[in-house]
Write a new protein. Sequence first.
Length: 193
Amino acid sequence: MSKVQFAKGSKIFLPSHGVGTILDIQKKNIMSYECEVFVISFPREAMNIMIPRENIQSSGLRKLMSKDMLKKIDEVLMSNPRTQRGTWTSRLEKYRLVIASGVAMYLAEMLRDGYYGVNDPNRSYTEATIYQQALSNLGSEFAEVLNIPQDDAEKRILDTLGRAQGKSDETDDFEEEIDDFADMVQKKKEVNE
């Protein structure tokens, strides 16, 4: 059972869906087993889900980061990236685990270390997709904490990474680079569908 207490109306983060709100806490009888479930709304995905209290920890459900944690995440984003080691396959497995964990600090490290190739036209579809997923997860939480739109939060993260890694001066219009990256990911999605 989870040590963290959640209340109706609490803002939460679930790695598989992003930021949500606990709409209700209900008692449900599931296969003659009575359990307490959290009914959670995810407005960006326009869906509601139920998570039994017993599954909170394994699902990765947690409270939103605080503003103090956001400052620590900014420090990670501004720090020097680690050299990418190992094969892409082993890094991909690690990245998937990081995304599934929902640990904001690890997501920030992943974004920082993978930023070098954001605008690389030779970047694989899988690499671009996994990076975008991490950016979306962290961006959704930043957006809620800072009370800004998610697109602005993601741009803020990318701008921070660009400044930290000295890449924001390489172009007069960093926003164009972000748009180009988003277009590239979208085109690759359409080709693979």
